[in-house]
Design a protein around this ligand. Sequence first.
Ligand code: ZN
Length: 73
Amino acid sequence: MKSKTIDPNAVASEIDLDWEGNNLAVKCVCGKVFLVSEQIHGGERTCPFCGKTKAMVQGGRKSGGKAMIQFEC
Ligand SMILES: [Zn+2]
């Protein structure tokens, strides 16, 4: 399991993810794009297509929040 911490200031330069407020959108290794929201999903969700990627978001991007992706390699 590999993990990647998302830099809140580098989101615009990352082609395969987005983060606004406490909502994070990521692209799984399978190609599926999925959303994880702190409000809707409790801040944690695995890829609904294959389950290989887990994305986590806590707090807002501009207010000291944290976001991370874990994936199989
Ligand atoms: Zn997937």
